[in-house]
Write a protein that binds this ligand. Structure first.
Ligand SMILES: Cc1cc2nc3c(=O)[nH]c(=O)nc-3n(C[C@H](O)[C@H](O)[C@H](O)COP(=O)(O)O)c2cc1C
Length: 234
């Protein structure tokens, strides 16, 4: 029988591309529908990482394969009521920002994804969360930006003049950027950067993950790939 997974995406760059990879794999290998819930920050970050079009290959827009945007959901999150109606077999939140983890850990439900978690637990729908900030140091991926110490301020400037989103001036406006990477290829001085960066996990974020691990109905996973291991439970 077809299973239905609700996928909550929050605004983290870390684990974002691998979360998309895992959901694409799940869709291709299993009889599973995916209904996506995006936080406002996720909507922006997904675009910055050039993944916007990928989303429609995972949630095609049909019933229970919809894409719910926080920006279109008011403040009472009516779409999360479905978690009480036996429509979903699981809710998987990946990647989960430290912001959303803090909300979940402390029972706050004032955003689309934290509210989805609250409703899922109330509706006995199993919840799986992949936090980005678990402990120690994490390697995250930065979106595109201009290294100003390298930029030669050329005029004409091929990256600026060919940006399909008109996102480049003396810097890149990430709210316009779609992560296509054309600019990086066109800069003759290799001044457009983006890629791995090392981040220290704050104590408070690590503590919130520990609190979340103790909560009823919620399972914490270490990385998106672990979703493949729990699919048989769903
Ligand atoms: C490019 C980019 C990458 C980000 N990556 C992370 C991240 O890896 N982890 C994190 O906790 N926040 C990250 N943030 C910050 C969150 O988007 C921000 O805290 C937001 O308020 C989270 O809201 P949400 O939890 O409702 O999605 C990132 C922001 C940007 C612009």
């Amino acid at each position: 029988m077809t299973k239905t997974i609700a996928w909550g995406i929050t605004g983290a760059g870390h684990f974002l591309t691998s979360s998309f990879g895992i959901f694409k794999q799940i869709k291709s290998e299993h009889d599973i529908r995916v209904n996506t819930f995006l936080s406002s920050a996720a909507e922006e970050v997904v675009r910055m990482y050039g993944l916007e079009n990928e989303l429609e290959t995972i949630s095609c827009g049909e019933y229970l394969e919809e894409i719910f945007l926080e920006t279109q959901q008011g403040k009472s999150w009516p779409k999360t009521g479905r978690f009480l109606l036996d429509k979903y077999d699981a809710l998987i939140v990946t990647p989960a920002t430290s912001n959303t983890v803090s909300k979940i850990a402390h029972g706050t439900a004032d955003s689309l994804v934290s509210n989805a978690v609250a409703q899922a637990v109330k509706g006995s729908v199993p919840v799986y969360v992949v936090p980005v900030d678990i402990a120690g140091v994490v390697i995250s991926e930065l979106p595109y930006g201009i290294a100003r110490e390298i930029c030669q301020k050329c005029d004409p400037c091929p990256p600026r003049d060919n940006c399909p989103n008109d996102a480049i001036t003396d810097q890149i406006d990430l709210l316009k950027c779609s992560g296509c990477g054309i600019c990086k290829e066109l800069c003759n001085f290799n001044a457009i950067k983006g890629g791995p960066v090392e981040l220290k996990v704050r104590d408070i974020d690590a503590r919130n993950v520990d609190i979340m691990k103790e909560l009823e109905g919620i399972t914490v996973l270490e990385k998106p790939e672990d979703i493949l291991e729990i699919l048989h439970e769903i």
